[in-house]
Design a protein around this ligand. Sequence first.
Ligand code: BDP
Length: 703
Amino acid sequence: MKKNAIIFLLLCWANTQLMADDGYRLWLKYDLLSNVTQRTQYKNQVNAIAIGSNSLVLQTAAKELQLGLQGLLGKSIAVNMGKGGKGVLLLSVNPTDEAVQNLAADGFAIVQRNQQWMVVSKTDNGVLYGCFTLLRQVKLGTAFKQQRYSESPKIRLRMLNHWDNPLGTIERGYAGSSLWKWYELPEVIDPRYIDYARANASVGINAVVLNNVNASARFLTKEYLVKVKALAEVFRPYGIKVFLSLNFASPKILDKIPTSDPLDSRVVEWWKNKTAEIYSIIPDFGGYLVKANSEGEPGPQDYGRTHADGANMLASALAPHNGLVIWRAFVYAADPKGDRFKEAYKDFKPLDGKFASNALVQVKNGPIDFQSREPFHPLFGKMPQTPLAMEFQLTQEYLGFSTNWVYEAPLFKECLESDTYAKGKGSTVAKVIDGSLDNHAWSAMAGVANTGSDRNWTGHTMAQANWYAFGRLAWNYDLTSEQIAEEWIQQSLTQHPQTVGIIKELMLKSREIYVDFTTPLGLHHVMGQNIHFGAEPWLEKSARPDWTAIYYHRADSLGLGFDRTSKGSNALSLYAPEVQQLWGDAQKCPLPYLLWFHHVPWTQKLSTGNTLWDEFSSRYYKGVASVAWMQQQWEQTKPHLDQAIFTDVKGRLAVQHREALNWRDACVLYFQQYAKQPIPKPYEKPTRTLDELKKIVEIYQLK
Ligand code: BDP
């Protein structure tokens, strides 16, 4: 071995031994492969990388591949222009290559021809994704197994939505402050912006909305647009487009136009000019995300216009620049007699077919608001003429912030795999949003980001997996939660087989455990009202009835749950008949959805053989016991994990246990007042009183 190579290996080794892992590198840890046979085998495959053209994205692809392979294989690998030959890995953009003919634009193939490996795609971005995939395969030991391997993304726009504000705070952010240092931009480019882009590109994310949907008009000022431009320049080499959330009243706020009516010619002109200005600064700007007439935000309804009128006005300003408007369907008029479940449907369903071709409607996964379990949103499958984008929430607003471990892939998949029956059996939500069911050109999946300035990006190290899983599922929703967990653990934490197994099991069970100790059997929206943390089922008064807890749980001496059948709000009627059948009968409704649709007598026997009260209260006890089990399991991972990560997660699990006890005691004692039944055996009655628990929750709520 040459002297240089020995020094290089020693440095790699020292690097991995000496530094405690602060989680910063996420799943992009290119440390020397520990499997020597594998390493040697891969080493023999690649001596250099060649790129056929010199575009920004292709250069990035080559640089990333070089960095990754050098780290993983412990040898230096040169990058050259040209086609190379044997032992040279070629990165090629070639729309006519037969290997990519049947793939979407960003798809790629990794093929071996004449003893040369190549990553080929129709687009630069596709090659970049191919390179990151190859690195993942090298790490997992699955690289270069087939002479031809290919992938094609199912969704066209795979985007993160940041709810970041101009002053650095993040709405519903639990991992520090905003990544974007607006004051320092555009002059100072924090290297972290680049690492953020790398992480996104590595899982196929190709679009980001930089600012909060409750948008400050300030982002559209010249002063801010040059800051946005600076970020766009960092993201461009990683194939990521920048979008902005806008404030619908911007013409009024920024330029004192007396109205923001979307049909007023002054307003139309204002947006046309503003949009042209944006594109003159950021030529590949993606477009706008809009929250309008929702939770106090301005919108077209302020002028008697519809959501489609508002969206189409913006769409026509964007069309000459190939921009998109993404209009959110998260609206719910305050109707004291209504059911919030039905509000968005009421507003949007009649507008199907009325949106411009460069407009998408972004719908949250469920009808209320990112609860730990929701039935799929009834709009999916009911607006066939409109491309519907999916909105998931990665940040754990209703899932215990960053002190609770909840792996969200099962939650996302549960929604994506739900059958809307829009065009018969198999019309899944996934097929609605990927555009295949109704032949839409555009498709999008958005995740409300969980990133922040914390060194490990997401506060809870395990929450990194939610960012990762979101990207992987937006790329290919057919991947299983288990596959994604397995690859994330191996890349981020450890490759020790037993430890991988333990962590994987914890991840896969974590969401159901959280549901059990917070909102079992389909209970929903009983969290603390101010910060959406902890339990506050006794909340009776708020600025709006549909912000209280009693509006949703409807507990009384007879039973528990919201009757959404024809005898109640009839929200069930918004779904296809097959879905109504599935959920409509309280005797047959799957238990996870029971209290979403039925007011069930406390004494009713459920399919488990227990009465509602016994099953409901037992779930809280089981949930707490499961958190204790998580703590025990975690202990076993200690010998095979970085100690900083081990200790941090251990601490967070202890907090989760304390919080689970609070949830359990608060909910069991509160609902017991209505059920008037003892705590089922073998469980013990909480030692604290309801008043004591109310005080604890008040502290959470910063009252
Ligand atoms: C709710 C959040 C609120 C958001 C809103 C939205 O509590 O902060 O602004 O969703 O999605 O979940 O617009």
